[in-house]
Design a protein around this ligand. Sequence first.
Ligand code: UD1
Length: 418
Amino acid sequence: MDKLLIEGGVRLHGEAAISGAKNAALPLLCAALLTREPVTFTNVPQLNDIGTLLKILAQMGVQVERDAAANRVTLDASGLDNPVAPYELVKTMRASILVLGPLVARLGEARVSLPGGCAIGARPVDQHIKGLQAMGAEVRVEHGYVHASVPRLKGARLFTDMVTVTGTENLMMAACLADGETIIENAAREPEVVDLANCLVSMGARITGAGTDVIRIRGVERLSGTTHRIMPDRIETGTYLCAAAATGGEIRLTNTSSCYLDAVLDKLMDAGCEVTPERDAIRLKAPARLTAVSIRTSPYPAFPTDMQAQFMAINCVAEGAAMIRETIFENRFMHAVELQRLGADIRIDGNTAVVQGVARLEGATVMATDLRASASLVIAGLVAEGETVIERIYHLDRGYERLEDKLAALGAQVRRLD
Ligand code: UD1
């Protein structure tokens, strides 16, 4: 298994380009199931999660054409004939559940493995199922699979019990081909939902309200092909900004936008960073030492749970104490014990962590436990004195394209070990 070796203590400086957003790409690729015409995506990140989803789509009968060098993928679902997402593939990536809505809408049938638990919590899919049932689908959960069938989905008024990003996306895609109007209340407002809606509209869907908590979809008979550029990855952007902030660095990130990152940029400025948004780029200049900043995760537009671990890392070396509240996932502090191995002072009580900044961290061997937890270890490793070895970096490969190349371009001493 690959490991990452980081020699800490280097201030990041220079420029790096941000990739397309993983969390936008996954639902967008699934949207191609809704049409018999080819759909082309550009700015597709090269990530293991994308590879997994393309495998799932290919075994369903979708023709996949991938030009990795150009970050382009064309999907042709005209031969879609096997509406099954098997456990062997789904178990590695929870977002595979995003095929459920499009399959039921297009073929009237789907058999998708339950994703099961994951490191950061139970993460059920009951809201996805409840929504499809409200639209007339018969849904059974048997032998670890969700079986859904219906001659044609019917528009309905849907209300999700909590804000769910993939739940909103699944139901919005399903509703595009339903008979009549669907209203999703308490919808997720994440920019990735808006990116998906924009693509669906360019395929002929009739959607209004994406980006607000009420989305209206008037079903159509069929959707057409399109070409869509995937939005920049706001979490990858935030992660590099944190890495620069923690090391007292000065960087410029290109191919990205500050407009989806208000909550994160505000906190970086509170921590003492100078942040300059540019057209399609962001500059950050960090002070010699950061000031601790407290955060509380919540659905968009509030502070994202996917940036919580990275902010824990920067608080570890900041001046003062910070309180970190995680309100989305029940078990998302696993990075804390690994950060402690590097010398961090963190106390956990339920969903709250209190981080007391220390003057220095020391390199050690640590274990990546999930995607964003791994990112926090990278940030801490970049600051720590001496060598840090991060094990199990396959988690990072799920969500960060060419991480070690981009960090090296910013001056970091980092190497992948086989
Ligand atoms: C998405 C993101 C993930 C991010 C998360 C929260 C993708 C591919 N992944 O995950 O990176 O961390 O949003 O911003 O976009 N819940 C239920 N029942 C459901 C659905 C959700 O109880 O049917 C709960 C979850 O357990 C969690 C909360 O709702 O506690 C929010 O989860 P959700 O927004 O659905 O996360 P994902 O869409 O899986």
